[in-house]
Design a protein around this ligand. Structure first.
Ligand code: MTE
Ligand code: MO
Length: 376
């Protein structure tokens, strides 16, 4: 059993698969903490968790085809470079997939809306590491940066991913080769001892158990870069899909969810208002400028109070938690609460999931819907 050596997990995590381990925290717990506690942070593993010995761990950095590569051990990573921290979420492209499944089945884990968590990551700036390795990211003649993990399946094939060099140039000093998560060693499930943090970018590229950084003319040839984590329209299904026609998902679209009240809750008898809490986030460092909430199908909108992270509007990598107390319609016992977020480019979430359904159930970011009852 290749999973026998997987770490112990917090009992509150709700698994969507146990081997490999994939789990999300209870949605209503998310707004309790700006930084999600490490043991409640959602887990997305494609393979068994590798057991990495920090004494023998090495990170390799190089250019594809060039003979010289730099190799750094953990203490060199910790001591040779300035330490930098960034608060950044990790969100799976499949977050909220279960809402797409209700329309038509898709292939993938049945995630609710908590396949997203926020942490403060600390480590070395990728840019510093590349400079130290003799590579100037602005001038190097490469098109992609490939990140390889140490986790592998029984046939030896490994997890890996890449990002276009243009994205890396734009993010520059915000890309962290992280060895700490919320001030502690990164837990095994999240990539011990080292993972890459790519703020604003989909979870799938933020390779855990990182052992190699390779600048290349080519993308990662890994399955999850080439044949997965891409978006299509609803008339493309498994019989006619050609994954080579669209690029790999990188920056994620604007998204938000209501964490409280939970769908199906009965509010207090005769209640005439409700307190609604949730999260919002957008890709590419785009901050959240508004979260709109309605209890009457969108006739009346209320602006939620935003707890903005302490980050510039165009470099917002952490989530925005929000809260609002709004009146309930007087004439009904079944109340439909909806929310949508707007980011700094004025991108807004689509009103329903029908128009964005896709065979892998990724990029699910329609208005979030919670139905509650008001007895009395
Ligand atoms: N890195 C490795 N090496 N192996 C993996 O399976 N999963 C990716 C990414 N990095 C993965 C990986 C995916 S799809 C996501 S969404 C995030 O890690 C999840 O990170 P987390 O488990 O720390 O929440
Ligand atoms: Mo993911």
């Amino acid at each position: 059993n290749p999973y026998a050596n997987d770490p112990k997990r917090h009992p509150a995590l709700k698994p969507s698969s146990s081997t490999p381990f994939n789990a999300e925290p209870p949605l209503q717990l998310l707004p309790d903490n700006f930084l999600t506690p490490n043991d409640l942070f959602f887990v997305r593993n494609h393979l068994p968790v590798p057991d990495v010995d920090p004494k023998t761990y090495k990170l390799e950095v190089g250019i594809d085809g060039a003979s010289r590569t730099k190799s750094l051990n953990l203490s060199e990573l910790k001591n040779r470079f300035q330490k930098k921290s960034v608060a950044s979420i990790v969100q799976c492209a499949g977050n909220r997939r279960s809402e797409m499944v209700k329309i038509k089945p898709v292939k993938g884990l049945n995630w609710g809306a908590a396949a997203i968590s926020n942490a403060e990551w600390s480590g070395v700036c990728l840019d510093d590491l590349l400079k130290y390795s003799g590579i100037d990211i602005d001038y190097v003649d490469c098109d992609h940066i490939i990140f390889d993990g140490l986790d592998q399946d029984p046939t030896g094939s490994k997890y890996g991913a890449s990002i276009p060099i243009e994205l890396a140039r734009r993010l520059k000093r915000d890309i962290i080769i992280a060895y700490e998560m919320n001030g502690e060693d990164i837990p095994r499930d999240h990539g011990y001892p080292v993972r890459v943090i790519l703020p604003g970018i989909v979870g799938a590229r933020q390779v855990k158990w990182l052992h190699k950084i390779l600048l290349s003319k080519k993308e990662s040839d890994c399955h999850w870069q080439q044949k997965d984590y891409k978006g299509f329209h609803a008339s493309i299904d498994w019989h006619n899909v050609d994954f080579s026609t669209v690029p790999a998902i990188q920056e994620l679209p604007v998204n938000s969810a209501i964490c409280e009240p939970v769908n199906g809750t009965s509010l207090e008898e005769g209640a005439n208002e409700v307190t609604v809490k949730g999260y919002a986030w957008s890709g590419g460092g785009r901050g959240i400028v508004r979260v709109d909430v309605t209890t009457d199908g969108g006739k009346t909108w209320h602006s939620a109070e935003l707890k903005q992270p302490d980050q510039p509007l165009y470099k917002t990598y952490a989530w925005t938690l929000w809260e609002t107390t709004i009146p309930l319609p007087a004439d009904t016992r079944d109340v439909e609460i909806r929310c949508k977020a707007v980011d700094s480019s004025y991108n807004v979430q689509p009103d329903n999931v029908d128009g964005i359904w896709n065979l892998r159930g990724v990029l699910s970011n329609a208005w979030f819907k919670v139905d509650v009852k008001v007895p009395g």
